[in-house]
Write a protein that binds this ligand. Structure first.
Ligand SMILES: CC(C)(COP(=O)(O)OP(=O)(O)OC[C@H]1O[C@@H](n2cnc3c(N)ncnc32)[C@H](O)[C@@H]1OP(=O)(O)O)[C@@H](O)C(=O)NCCC(=O)NCCS
Length: 166
């Protein structure tokens, strides 16, 4: 049973069937953290995550925000891909979204909830997130720019026979 919460004229929801893949891909592929990510990869990530949307005022009620949680729904969760479309910012929507995510019954009692952010620490601090107490315990393999390099090697839409050469 999916959850839903009103926020002024907007509403938040966790129904995976309502996520607008084109809208999410259009934003993420231009974001600083996943520049160049393909639509297929976004679809795979969404399919294997808990996803949350913000939907705009009726009658159009299109999606205007998104967040994704990678989790085992038992011990650990990682919050990512949080955004609100520019025209809808400054109305408390991201705060409502983070509160909605943290209130998800599937994400209670976890040992660790993580996220990475370049400059939105203030947003998350109000919900209890803190810089890692001992970063020396944390290790990573990171490949910045991997989506851009994949795009060069493997074009998203292969040319059909009969297409003029690029
Ligand atoms: C960050 C973002 C989601 C905020 O969305 P929003 O709906 O406009 O935010 P809200 O109206 O809920 O307010 C956010 C609060 O966090 C604070 N904040 C802290 N860091 C912030 C940041 N980098 N950007 C925006 N707000 C930030 C704001 O000052 C505000 O606090 P206030 O209510 O005390 O004034 C939005 O600006 C966005 O999508 N940015 C581009 C994508 C991005 O950077 N996402 C975060 C990745 S970790």
């Amino acid at each position: 049973m999916s959850r839903r919460k009103e926020h002024g004229e907007y509403f938040l929801g966790d129904d995976p069937g309502k996520i607008d893949l084109d809208m999410v891909h259009a934003f993420l592929t231009r974001s600083y953290w996943s520049e160049g990510i393909s639509r297929d990869l976004v679809a795979r990530a969404i399919g294997a995550s808990l996803c949350y949307g913000i939907y705009g005022p009726a009658p159009a009620a299109g999606q205007v925000g998104f967040a994704r949680v990678i989790t085992d729904v038992a011990t650990f969760a990682y919050l990512c891909d949080v955004y609100v479309l520019e025209a809808h910012r400054g109305r408390g929507l991201s705060k409502a979204l983070v509160a909605f995510v943290l209130g998800d019954p599937r994400l209670q009692g976890l040992r660790r909830f993580m996220l990475l952010t370049r400059d939105a620490h203030g947003l998350y601090e109000r919900f209890g997130f803190r810089p890692m107490a001992d970063p020396s315990r944390c290790m990573e393999i990171t490949r910045p720019g991997i989506y851009l390099s994949q795009r060069e090697v493997r074009p998203e839409t292969p040319p059909r026979s009969g297409d003029p050469p690029a």
